[in-house]
Design a binder for this molecule. Structure first.
Ligand SMILES: Cc1cc2nc3c(=O)[nH]c(=O)nc-3n(C[C@H](O)[C@H](O)[C@H](O)COP(=O)(O)O)c2cc1C
Length: 186
């Protein structure tokens, strides 16, 4: 079969990079998060894995709100920057054009083509330091020029992807077919 064992690896290839935003003492702060997913459509639910040591988490707990911003592949360096340096030591509030939506306390990034603002619903501790943060998406904002027929167009959004373990950032490539549909062609 030509397979080799690699041990217990987390090879979910690729994952979508997000930038999570929260206000801390009324100042926006952002962290890069790749360990995240959507878990439900209605109500719309977003989940990411984090730890209490993140400065952003302090703001999420303070306001019970956070934002999810989808960076483009051209924002790779900025995304990496907010993933390396903590708001405890550097001011990350000026890196982007900040805007607020319905929740008023979840800062969002104008330069990201898609933004979601979330209400914190639940946190779940696991392992020694990790914690899942579950948010209900209250509103979504998308750049008009990233829509095709009123739907978000992944090619126009140009999301930043990551492959964990080799730690490479990627861009999206091509459509291979329609989900929930091409399987019926077999
Ligand atoms: C590629 C990449 C992915 C990351 N994914 C996560 C993640 O999913 N969850 C998390 O809590 N931190 C993640 N981090 C680390 C945080 O972004 C990083 O610790 C950040 O500096 C925290 O900022 P803060 O202390 O200002 O909140 C990631 C960093 C990088 C570079």
């Amino acid at each position: 079969m030509g397979k080799v064992t690699l041990g217990a690896k987390t090879l979910l290839y690729p994952m979508t990079m997000t930038i999570i935003g929260a206000n801390i003492n009324n100042r926006p702060n952002y962290l890069a998060a790749g360990w995240c997913t959507i878990i439900e459509h209605a109500p719309a639910m977003f989940l990411f894995s984090t730890t209490r040591t993140r400065y952003t988490v302090q703001g999420i707990l303070e306001n019970q709100t956070f934002s999810v911003n989808i960076p483009t592949s051209k924002m790779a360096k900025l995304t990496d920057y907010v993933g390396i340096y903590s708001g405890r030591n550097v001011d990350k509030s000026h890196l982007f054009t900040n805007f607020y939506g319905k929740l008023a306390t979840a800062p969002m990034i104008e330069e990201c083509p898609v933004n979601m603002e979330c209400k914190l619903v639940q946190t779940v501790k696991f392992g020694t330091e990790h914690e899942l943060f579950l948010g209900e998406i209250i509103e979504t904002y998308a750049n008009e020029n990233c829509l095709t027929n009123n739907l978000p167009d992944a090619k126009k959004i140009d999301p930043l992807l990551i492959t964990p373990k080799d730690n490479h950032y990627w861009t999206i490539n091509d459509i291979v077919g329609k989900a929930w549909s091409i399987g019926k062609e077999l």
